[in-house]
Write a protein that binds this ligand. Sequence first.
Ligand SMILES: Cc1cc2nc3c(=O)[nH]c(=O)nc-3n(C[C@H](O)[C@H](O)[C@H](O)COP(=O)(O)OP(=O)(O)OC[C@H]3O[C@@H](n4cnc5c(N)ncnc54)[C@H](O)[C@@H]3O)c2cc1C
Length: 508
Amino acid sequence: MGVGVVWFKRDLRVADHAPLRQACDDGPVVCLYVVEPGLWAQADHDPAHLDFVAGCLADLDDALRARGNRLLIRTGRVRDVLADLRARGLLDRLYSHEETGTAWTFARDKAVARWCAAQGVPWTERPASGVQRPHPERDGWARRWDRRLHRPPVPAPAHVAAPTWPAGLVFEPIPSPRTVGLAPSRRTEAQPGGRVAGLALVDSFLAARGVDYRRGMSSPVRAWTEGSRLSPYLAWGALSAREVVHATRARADAVRDAVACGDAVDAGWLASLEAFEARLRWRDHFTQKLEDDPSIEHSNLSPAVDGLRVETTDRWTERKHAAFAAWRDGRTGYPMVDACMRCLDRTGWINFRMRAMLVSFATYDLWLHWRPVALELARRFVDFDPGIHYPQVQMQAGTTGINALRIYDPVKQQVDHDPDGVFVRHWVPELARVPLHLLHRPHRMDPSTQVTAGCRVGEHYPSPIVDHALAAAVAARRLDAVRATAEARDQARAIHHRHGSRRGPRRR
Ligand SMILES: Cc1cc2nc3c(=O)[nH]c(=O)nc-3n(C[C@H](O)[C@H](O)[C@H](O)COP(=O)(O)OP(=O)(O)OC[C@H]3O[C@@H](n4cnc5c(N)ncnc54)[C@H](O)[C@@H]3O)c2cc1C
């Protein structure tokens, strides 16, 4: 019968886990998680990610123990770990989900595939979510996504038969940043990892928090409770998108039944649930781009914009370095940008609109290349998911060639989305006593107001490091000039054919 190894990666759960289910049907199973020092040393990884993963591994181990097995954690290169298991008679077949990751994980998977082929170990990879591999063409993508996500989630196996564990086999403890030589995480207010926490969020969002989702998600004040906050649980696979889609559809059915019976139910629910399900589809829409074109991690999707911004940081001028440092450290003189960067440093999360604004400010106002910006944000987002992250950063930086330029005015964002100054005062405490009507432009305080507010401009809080209106106009002109060429338009058509969305929001 032989032993199957289920290699857990970004799918840290036992429910809706087709590879685990298949391995259980085939015989005894080793449930393996490999802590890869090489992965955790990558510039887009952060100790906060490993803390989150640790919470997920603890819940995964509990779930496996409840099913008669346990999680085997090993530190090292995956091929070495697999070779060791094979030598101990613990590996005859390998199972995992397909992963749309970075160039590093892709190269590692290819090396594992070569090793498996050389050893005669069959490796079964099952699709993760709605990302399609191989992907024939964009036309019909959404229909195929719907079909796949419509299938019921794979039930968790009732029992996961363990092999006979050989004497001397080491079960390593749940890893921490120190395991891979990293400093403790700075994100002291990050969401806790684990499926139990993720399931609780699904319940509270669908039962109550999500009723005004569409309005709440744009605000950095309201999105903390009115957005689902499921992103890290989906990114690291404590929950599957299919599980969440099915829970959302069940809730929508319950709302419709309640309406039909004349029960009191908030009219906003159906539109909120529809908007939420659309976001779940967007996850895969973006991830499909990276799956189809892994170069999106490193290179401009539109070659027309190559060379416009300087990527290599050792070719940056002093001013560029200073601008990047001010953005990174939350000292740009634009309170909304600074509040978001400082908030991310501690919590590892901010809502979509503010993420877009941060990229817009760095890449248009400061004219920085999106690569270093993407890496900094990847480290800050506990939900870092390469398939969403790199295509989104490029879209917000105006380098896809197919999306309209969206340049966010950080002052307008503050006025519109933090009208009472709650968010900015919390994260930029030196502005706590600045009068509300000047909070979005503290540099306009006169000297006596600066004294009353206890905030001297230039000493406690900087003047704006750039004039937004001017910088944004220059950036737009530069990009528009390139995008208007016949060559760029030809390229854009090809990019749209390969990656562009084919339909608007789903209608029920
Ligand atoms: C520059 C930039 C980088 C981003 N990087 C990431 C990332 O690394 N990981 C990540 O999970 N999200 C990323 N996003 C998308 C989005 O901002 C987050 O998914 C969302 O803010 C998470 O909060 P939530 O779980 O409450 O989302 P909700 O609004 O409740 O959405 C539910 C889920 O849908 C998915 N989703 C939501 N919005 C988007 C979107 N615009 N595109 C694709 N999927 C979406 C996420 O999985 C999310 O958890 C990025 C957005 C931008 C602008």
